[in-house]
Design a protein around this ligand. Structure first.
Ligand code: SF4
Length: 96
C-alpha cells in the first residue's frame, strides 16, 4: 500500500515544472534576488503540483526557497520579499 503511494508520487513529481533534469533551476528557486524569485514563482504558477508542493514544504519545515509558488525565508512563508538595503526616503509616499 505504501509502495503504491510512493509510485503515485513518483508519477506526480515527474510532471513538476521545475524538474528539467539538469538542476539548472535550483539556483533560481533558492535565490535572494527579487527577479529570480519572481521567475521561480511564475514557473510554479503553471505547475499542476503547486498545492501539494506547498503543503509538503510546510510539513518538512523547509527553511528557504520557493515551494508551491510561495517564498520560504528562515522557515516562514513571506507574502513578499523586500529588496536589500535601506528603504528609499520616500517609502511612505510609495505605500500610499
Ligand atoms: S510548485 Fe514549483 S517548486 Fe513545486 S514542484 Fe511545481 S514548479 Fe517545482
Amino acid at each position: 500500500m505504501l509502495a503504491e503511494r510512493w509510485e503515485d508520487r513518483e508519477t506526480e513529481w515527474a510532471t513538476a515544472r521545475c524538474k528539467d533534469g539538469t538542476g539548472d533551476l535550483t539556483a533560481l528557486f533558492f535565490s535572494e534576488q527579487l527577479d529570480d524569485i519572481a521567475r521561480a514563482k511564475a514557473i510554479c504558477a503553471e505547475c499542476p503540483l503547486r498545492e501539494a508542493c506547498f503543503e509538503d514544504a510546510l510539513a518538512r519545515h523547509e527553511p528557504y526557497g520557493v515551494w508551491g509558488g510561495r517564498l520560504f525565508f528562515k522557515g516562514k512563508v513571506l507574502a513578499f520579499k523586500r529588496p536589500r538595503g535601506r528603504p528609499p526616503k520616500n517609502a511612505q509616499s510609495m505605500i500610499a
